[in-house]
Design a protein around this ligand. Structure first.
Ligand SMILES: [Mg+2]
Length: 367
């Protein structure tokens, strides 16, 4: 097969001191495992982490949804979870929802973003990884990078970008099967905006260039299922975004993150906070947050990955981080009240439901 597949698979399999970060030993052993066991399957790999999540970026020729590749990732995470248990880390193995691997890591806990393509000369892409937030957190930056000339000037300056992009959007609340819709930008822009604003339900899954039909974006979009008293799939997103040429430039994809827009997540996944662009490997801190996103830029040739450049490790983003900290403090001032905490529909699987149920009996209706 001439096509290269990039698979980004991430999971939280335990972290130090609460939900802060995986241990050095876990990350080192996962890297070792992939180097040792990935030989016959992978062309190359890179392991990174953000907050409590470890992310495996795997390049190979096995195609999307490959049993071998997913099994390798599953085994790597199981090994990470084993070390987390030995070290007494918090939430050891928490994203591995089943004991046994069954064909594909989708639905077993880890988040997956993968796409296959014929490599361009000068193949460039971004790995975006977010933590302490929810699947739709990337909706707005992707919309702005691929559909809004205020953020992506290539849409008016480049004839091929000017033909627009096709968004595949998934209804993650539809639990029985993948329910998706394809919408074209700019023709269907208002329909797209109407769906993407509801970022707990509608999540960008893919973006294709209309000029070439080539896929630019793959995002993790696990359907929500309520298992064991919590939503499964309501998880931190990972995305691969191919950039340059017929796709937006790297900087056009990064630019919307300067908004540090408010997203669901933060403490107990139950609040609203600004998405702070941070360096790779940043731990979790203030109020089990703030919600954060990292971006590693890669080039690849024959599936071999360059050393990444940490795209948010630049003085410009210090200013944005300060603004995101200010926005965090501002919304945290009102604690649990109103829009600082998620609505009741999203809190359905937390203890507040029991509290409200107990209060029901104490209500009286005044005649
Ligand atoms: Mg996480």
């Amino acid at each position: 097969m001439n096509e290269i597949t990039l698979s980004a698979i991430k999971a939280d399999v335990g972290s130090v001191g609460g939900h802060l970060a995986p241990s050095r030993e876990m990350v080192a052993r996962v890297k070792e495992f992939l180097s040792r066991e990935g030989g016959g399957i992978l062309v190359d790999h890179h392991v990174t982490h953000l907050g409590d999540d470890i992310c495996l970026l795997l390049s190979h020729r096995e195609g999307v949804g490959s049993h071998e590749v997913h099994k390798l990732a599953w085994e790597a995470f199981k090994m990470g979870a084993r070390i987390a248990r030995e070290e007494g880390l918090y939430g050891a193995g928490q994203d591995l929802l089943r004991d046994a691997f069954s064909g594909n890591v989708r639905g077993l806990g880890p988040g997956v973003a993968e796409l296959s393509f014929r490599e361009r000369p000068g193949e460039a892409f971004l790995l975006l990884l977010a933590d302490k937030t929810s699947p739709g957190a990337l909706n707005l930056p992707l919309y702005l990078a691929f559909a809004d000339p205020m953020h992506c000037s290539g849409l008016i300056l480049s004839p091929s970008l000017g033909q627009g992009f096709r968004f595949t959007v998934m209804d993650v609340a539809h639990t029985k099967a993948d329910r998706v819709i394809e919408l074209d930008a700019p023709q269907d822009l208002y329909d797209l905006a109407a769906l993407l604003r509801d970022n707990d339900r509608f999540v960008v899954e893919k973006v294709h260039a209309r000029a070439t039909g080539d896929q630019a974006v793959a995002c993790s979009t696990t359907r929500l299922t309520a298992i064991a008293g919590r939503y499964v799939g309501k998880d931190d997103p990972v995305a691969i975004v191919r950039v340059q040429k017929d796709f937006p430039a790297t900087g056009e994809v990064l630019a919307p993150f300067a908004l540090a827009h408010y997203v669901p997540g933060f403490m107990r996944g139950s609040h609203i906070g600004p998405l702070m662009p941070v360096r790779a490997g940043t731990p979790v801190s203030y109020f089990d947050g703030p919600p954060q996103v990292m971006a590693l830029a890669f080039s690849c040739h024959g599936g071999r990955l360059s050393d990444p450049v940490d795209a948010f490790d630049h003085p410009f983003w210090d200013r944005i981080r300060d603004r995101a900290a200010d926005k965090s403090l501002e919304i945290r001032r009102q604690g649990f009240f109103g829009p600082a905490m998620l609505g009741m529909a999203e809190l359905e699987y937390t203890g507040i439901a029991d509290r409200l149920k107990a209060l029901e009996a104490r209500f009286t209706v005044r005649e």
